[in-house]
Design a protein around this ligand. Structure first.
Ligand code: PLP
Length: 386
């Protein structure tokens, strides 16, 4: 039996062991665990990589979103939190943290349906939503959080146009798309902030939780820097309701070592996706991922659709052959208890619910061996032949 996990972090560690061990050893020597030199070095390196004015290390991707939203409430409303009547457009087909961050900032998520071909939020739906919601007197749409799901950019031209027309902010959820591009410009540089996650399984992952905010806005950057250490310029001079949400020195050191490989690994992911696409092209029962012509997909996940209710059977078949798969996501946010009575859904979100029933993500480990890739593709082909 094969043994093919979704991701093989052990193999990735072996691939760059010396550099990671050296980075950790350096920290053991200097013992500056909180906001040590590696944090600033990582922030500066990634700011150069994205060509932005500020990158701010934070404790997770979720905190990157929460801090961005809180800083924006302080900057634009002179309030610690947004109000419940402040609506923020986002997809319901995403990880729970996207919606959760909106709730924690005091605002209300307004869920809009997705493009069935790419799983990303559908700009046509956002437009329709804007028109229909304009009639509401009590609530006001203030912003959009597009999620670049599975490593692929949203249709940013159209989203930017809508944001401009209706004076909405854009905060990008780039947790799954580090290094991804829209028209040759890095994701995370289109919004007022970009929010990244260094959760171990992400395209750039640490050995624990971590995250980062990218921004060109000096005021937001300084507010986020205050919020991540208790809300003050220093410990004894506190202005805002803050958090303890710093990025660890140790994580920064590990991420600095891994950053050198992120483009190479994204290319490897793209190569695996290409093989999968080619090997699955004759299977009528599955739909391989569609890519927008202007998007450079970095395949955080390789997610297919399986038709006619066969998804769970395929999953079980592959499991019996030792091939791991995952369903991202089995439940849309608007069906979760936490969002019950705390969100607004625009329309029925039919495509979102359909995607939850059909999606299946296959192993896409950058260091997958050719024989492993073809073990997956032959097993999938075998399932649909029988
Ligand atoms: C992982 C993820 C987050 C949250 O990141 P954490 O670092 O786990 O807090 C947010 N949004 C999306 C789309 C994610 O995939």
């Amino acid at each position: 039996m094969a043994n093919i996990p979704m991701l093989n972090l052990r193999r990735e560690y072996e691939y760059m062991k010396q550099e990671i061990d050296n980075a950790i050893n350096k920290c053991l020597e200097h013992q500056q665990w909180i906001l040590g030199p590696e944090v600033k070095e990582l922030e500066d390196k990634i700011a150069r990589y994205f060509n932005v004015r500020h990158c701010i290390g934070v404790s997770s991707g979720t905190d990157a979103l929460v801090l961005s939203l809180r800083a924006l409430a302080i900057k634009t409303k002179n309030q610690e939190y947004f109000d419940k009547n402040d609506l923020i457009i986002t997809p319901s087909f995403t990880f729970t943290a996207t919606g959760d961050a909106i709730l924690r900032s005091g605002a209300t998520p307004l869920f809009v349906d997705i493009d069935p071909a790419t799983f990303n939020i559908e700009p046509e739906q956002i437009k329709r939503c804007m028109k229909s919601m304009l009639k509401r007197k009590k609530s006001k749409i203030i912003g959009i959080i597009p999620v670049h799901l599975f490593g692929q950019s949203c249709l940013m031209d159209e989203i930017l146009k809508i944001a401009k027309e209706f004076n909405l902010f854009i905060i990008e959820d780039v947790a799954q798309a580090f290094g991804g591009l829209w028209k040759n410009k890095k994701l995370g540089t289109y919004g007022i902030t970009g929010c990244f996650s260094f959760f171990p399984s992400k395209n750039l992952g640490g050995f624990g939780d971590g995250g980062m905010v990218s921004t060109d806005d000096d005021e937001l950057a300084s507010l986020i820097r205050m919020l991540l250490k208790h809300g003050g310029k220093d410990k004894y001079n506190v202005d805002h309701i803050g958090y303890n949400a710093r990025l660890d020195t140790l994580q920064s050191a590990i991420l600095l070592a891994k950053l050198k490989y992120v483009d190479e690994f994204n290319e490897k992911r793209r190569r695996i996706a290409e093989i999968y696409n080619n090997e699955f092209k004759d299977i009528k029962m599955i739909k391989t991922p569609s890519v927008y012509p202007d998007a450079h997909h970095v395949y955080h996940q390789y997610t297919i659709r399986v038709k006619d209710g066969k998804r769970d059977k395929l999953m079980q078949f592959l499991k019996e052959k030792g091939i791991s798969t995952m369903v991202y996501y089995p439940s849309p946010l608007h069906k979760m208890k936490v969002f019950d009575g705390r969100c607004v859904a625009f329309g029925e979100l039919k495509e979102t619910e359909k995607a939850c029933a059909e999606v299946l993500s296959l192993p896409i480990e950058p260091l997958m061996k050719e024989v492993e890739i073809f073990t997956v593709t032959s097993a999938v082909n075998e399932f649909f032949r029988s």
